[in-house]
Design a protein around this ligand. Structure first.
Ligand code: M6R
Length: 617
């Protein structure tokens, strides 16, 4: 849940590190710090607070070195404080380390090190790492007083073998001032490369303005970096080859481009995100194509169950996609929350297909669920927005949403891109299986291709939503209701509102209301209804009538013919195939959450207690 960035090159590291941290701040923002090598000694400047505050510190100007590491923190072990902020160094000031992840056995390691005379000055799990490295370093030097980079590598590797948990680490040392070592296990880390410079980061967008050429490490692979050289090693310290991946994302897509907030920009990027995700995969008269998914008819016929597994918004995208898979492929499909799935002993075998959805591709629970499914014999497909992310390296097959970098903590364009991708996947499977009605699939394809335009039309509601936000921003509770696919959107709308406006909200299948929650409805409470499924609209209207009778204020998102005069506010969205309706009906709800958050003067892109990517359990 933290962000790390590193630089080794010919320029002053500090400004590059600060710029990287600012871009990574969405991953954690309670403290920040930088460490550079200065004339063969290590300097650290760190404190609690945001990157801006770090940037304004007097000491930051003293950092002149061309090798440096940096960190923005989301506290796990120990409160936000200067002592707990990263980088952390060992007792002898030889090694400096930044870490994203969690060391599960840090207590045991700390005891071992304390028994060997080491002292600890923070409450963090991370502080054991530089000291453990130093512990092995001392041992090495006692046997052989050789100061080669291989010694540096060996002692880092030895420490990593002792560590249980997840980590992305950047390590610098005053004894090896021209080098940096990086390694990862279950936490994200990418390496950007140019001729005389190397950039390291938790994600691609933070360093995309410097290079498009990236290396990705697998678990427990080590990179030894110099400004003009990189060598890679496996756990046994055998040198290995790595291919460079060229990333096509536009550097401007990681900037706000005149929008006040990333979230607003990302909401308005949805037509492009959907268009890019559709790409050339769909055309009305040809079969849907997924080259990266070469599944045969026989293999698909063998599948008797599909799981869709994800967390948060990505899980809601799975819920929105379940029906289309079942309808077109006639394969029972279950949607699971990754953190539940991994501990509930799910029934998985070689007839199971498990689809994992993750914008970042780094969500710890989703990765763990994937490993479990794979181990139990399931075929696995990863859907991610980030090329080379952990989940895509674990899965048998990976397919990508092409939403571009999503920076705001609240997911918007990734969600709609995931929903469209699952719809296309359903079509792809159905066409291979030759199960579905050809005309139905043809119509669905046509509608998919019309979506970018319809999303554009949906934005017309923005001003009315803004005005509605002004009316309800001081509310304490909001209810979201829907049936069928609309209920999945109710869930997502409710999550968006909670995340960035801090208003308590509940989402319910409309029919469940009278089984308990209706007791909470009182005069003036806001109820938001989503009504896009023709077959269910009358039923939902009846349920909403019940809350109107009890004095609720209502906002309706619909593309159906209903008696508009019943409701306080009605937002009409374009008509669309029910399977695709979440892509349109979520837009007013994304905007509502956004405008309420603005009205309350909150930090939309970095809501309290949250980080973009949940890389710890
Ligand atoms: O990167 P992922 O898609 O795996 O992230 C999953 C959730 O953490 C994420 O969707 C979260 O719920 C968002 N903050 C929602 O806006």
């Amino acid at each position: 849940m933290c962000g790390i960035v590193g630089y080794i090159g010919t320029k002053k590291a500090c400004p590059i590190l600060l710029a990287g941290l600012t871009r990574l701040e969405y991953r954690g923002y309670d403290s920040a710090g930088i460490s550079t090598i200065e004339k063969d000694c290590i300097k650290i400047v760190k404190d609690k607070g945001r990157v801006k505050e770090l940037e304004n510190k007097k000491e930051i100007k003293d950092l002149q070195g061309t090798v440096g590491i940096a960190h923005t923190r989301w506290a796990t072990h120990g409160k936000p404080s200067k002592e707990n902020a990263h980088p952390h160094k060992d007792n002898s000031n030889t090694f400096s380390v930044v870490h994203n992840g969690i060391i599960e056995n840090y207590y045991d390691l700390r005891n071992l090190l304390e028994e060997n005379g080491y002292k600890f000055y923070s409450e963090t799990d991370t502080e054991v790492i530089p000291n453990l490295i130093h512990y092995y370093y001392k041992k090495e030097l006692a046997i052989n007083n050789e100061h080669t980079v291989q010694t540096f590598l060996r002692v880092v590797r030895n420490a990593c073998l002792d560590i249980k948990g997840s980590y992305a680490l950047e390590i610098i040392s005053k004894d090896f001032p021209e080098y940096m070592i990086v390694v990862r296990k279950d936490s994200p880390l990418v390496i950007g490369t140019c001729k005389d410079e190397k950039y390291i980061s938790s994600d691609i967008p933070a360093i995309l303005s410097y290079t498009r050429d990236f290396y990705f490490l697998n678990d427990l692979e080590f990179a030894v970096l110099k400004n003009d050289d990189i060598k890679f090693y496996d756990t046994n310290l055998n040198q290995i080859d790595k291919k460079i991946s060229n990333i096509e994302w536009d550097a401007m897509s990681s900037e706000k481009n005149g929008y006040e907030d990333f979230m607003l920009k990302e909401i308005y990027e949805q037509p492009t995100a959907i268009r890019e995700t559709i790409g050339s995969r769909i055309s009305v008269d040809n079969k849907c194509e997924f080259e990266e998914l070469p599944l045969t008819k026989k293999e698909l016929e063998n599948i008797d169950k599909i799981y869709i597994i994800a967390c948060g918004t990505a899980m809601h995208a799975g819920l929105a996609g379940k029906n289309v898979i079942e309808k077109l492929c006639r394969i029972p499909t279950e949607v699971d929350i990754a953190s539940e799935f991994r501990y509930r002993d799910p029934i998985i075998n070689n007839r199971t297909l498990s689809i994992f959805i993750s914008q970042s591709g780094e969500t710890a629970d989703t990765i763990a669920a994937l490993k479990l499914a794979k181990k139990s014999g399931s075929k696995t497909i990863a859907i991610s927005n980030v090329i080379g992310s952990s989940i895509t390296r674990e899965a048998d097959y990976s397919i990508y949403t092409h939403a571009g970098p999503e920076i705001a903590v609240a997911s918007t364009k990734a969600y709609t891109s995931q929903v469209i991708l699952v719809n296309m996947l359903a079509i792809y499977f159905a066409e291979i299986l030759e199960k579905s009605n050809k005309e139905e699939i043809r119509n669905l394809k046509k509608e998919i291709l019309e979506l970018p335009k319809k999303i554009g039309e949906t934005f017309n509601c923005a001003e009315r939503i803004k005005q509605f936000a002004k009316k309800i921003y001081q509310e304490k509770d909001v209810f979201f209701l829907g049936r069928g696919i609309d209920e999945t959107v109710a869930k997502e709308g409710s999550l968006k509102l909670k995340e960035i406006s801090y208003i308590h909200s509940e989402s319910y299948p409309a029919g469940e209301l009278k089984h308990g929650p209706i007791a909470l409805i009182e005069s003036g409470i806001t109820v938001i209804g989503i009504l896009t499924d023709k077959l269910l609209v009358d039923k939902t209207v009846n349920n909403i009538q019940e809350v109107i009778t009890r004095g609720a204020r209502t906002l309706i998102i619909t593309n159906q013919n209903v008696n508009y005069s019943m409701f306080d506010e009605v937002i009409i969205i374009p008509k669309v195939n029910t399977f695709l309706s979440p892509i349109l009906s979520i837009i007013p709800l994304q905007l509502l959450a956004y405008y309420i958050s603005k009205e309350k003067g909150l930090d939309v892109d970095k809501p309290r207690n949250l980080a973009k990517s949940v890389t710890v359990e």
